[in-house]
Design a protein around this ligand. Structure first.
Ligand code: SAM
Length: 316
């Protein structure tokens, strides 16, 4: 069985990218009255304690959402300040956060009304927070412990038939909800990529989903790691979207080098996840300008070394 548990990673830089994109996409899709179905193929546990044992073990949120919540960054000083203006530059108000990032933090803060971020909402809770009563949410989670926790967390929402939790294989079963009766859907595909075959399964899943429902919005998260399958995934998704004649958008965030280093004692250090990407097919047209403003701030604030960067590309 799998060993990946999202609780160790909740609120890290990859979640900041993924959930910022998720919220901006949902905000657009929910502007129309007609019902929306959201299918979350890899849902996780739904809610996470950032002060709990899991999150504390890796502290990944400290370099992710917590940095954004606690660090209002001053606006950059002018390149060549006029005489006597250095003090003025230092006193400049903090640079305002880009709309998509402040909206992301607004949602995170809604789960932490007393301040700070003890609770981090995963994709099921973020989505439910934004959905209206007539929208639907289908959640797939295969890990027995996380599926049980997800069930218990969702039960507290008393959302009735609006939310279905399925202890089932998201790759194999989620397409059965496509197309939904209202013919409006967002599909989030966010596997753990714990097994190499996940990369091929994402491609098969998106191909099948597009065949059933060509006008759905598809959002795939993937890790950027030195592995050929990870490198190929966005390239192959791009080819698939282009062949289907569908618009696509590809955003990446890098926070540090992927190099394995060796210290003076000869011990090697793996960097942890250095970067990740979101690939969308049929993205909202509003997403690109929102990310163009938000991604530089993400790279700047979440960057851990001088390799921090971002990319944003679209087509179709
Ligand atoms: N989407 C969640 C979020 O943003 O909060 C995080 C999901 S986590 C990256 C991936 C989850 O997929 C894990 O909880 C794992 O147990 C689950 N999983 C792995 N393989 C699966 C499969 N074939 N079907 C459904 N869930 C699976």
């Amino acid at each position: 069985m799998f060993s990946y548990r999202h609780a160790f990673h909740a609120g890290n830089h990859a979640d900041v990218l993924k959930h910022t994109v998720l919220i901006a996409t949902l905000d657009y899709l929910l502007e129309k009255d007609a019902a929306l179905t959201v299918v979350d193929t890899h849902a996780g546990a739904g809610l996470y304690r950032l002060d709990g044992d899991y999150a504390g073990t890796s502290g990944e949120a400290a370099d992710g959402v917590l940095r954004l919540l606690s660090d209002p960054k001053p606006a950059p000083a002018e390149a060549s300040p006029a005489k006597g203006s250095a003090k003025k530059a230092a006193e400049k108000p903090p640079e305002p956060l880009a709309d998509a990032l402040s909206r992301y933090l607004e949602v995170i803060r809604a789960f932490n009304p007393k301040g700070g971020a003890r609770i981090y909402p995963g994709s099921p809770f973020i989505t439910h927070h934004l959905l209206r009563d007539h929208d639907k949410l289908k959640l797939f989670e295969l890990h027995p412990t996380d599926a049980r926790t997800l069930d218990a967390n969702i039960a507290q929402l008393e959302a009735g038939r609006q939310i279905s939790v399925l202890r089932d294989d998201g790759f194999g079963s989620a397409t059965k909800f496509l197309p939904p009766p209202s013919r409006r859907a967002l599909v989030l595909c966010d596997p753990s990529y714990e097994i190499k075959s996940d990369y091929a399964r994402v491609l098969d899943f998106v191909a099948e989903a597009l065949k059933r429902f060509a006008t759905g919005t598809y959002a795939v998260w993937y890790p950027i790691i030195p592995r050929p399958e990870a490198h190929d995934l966005p390239r192959r998704l791009k080819t698939m979207a282009t062949k289907a004649g569908k618009p696509w958008l590809h955003a990446t965030l890098t926070v540090k080098s992927s190099k394995i280093t060796t210290d003076a004692t000869g011990a090697t250090h793996r960097p942890g996840l250095p970067a990740s990407g979101m690939f969308l097919i049929n993205p909202p047209y509003t997403l690109k300008p929102l990310l163009a403003a938000a991604l530089p701030q993400m790279a700047d604030r979440l960057g851990q070394d001088r390799n921090a960067t971002f990319s944003l590309d679209s087509g179709g």
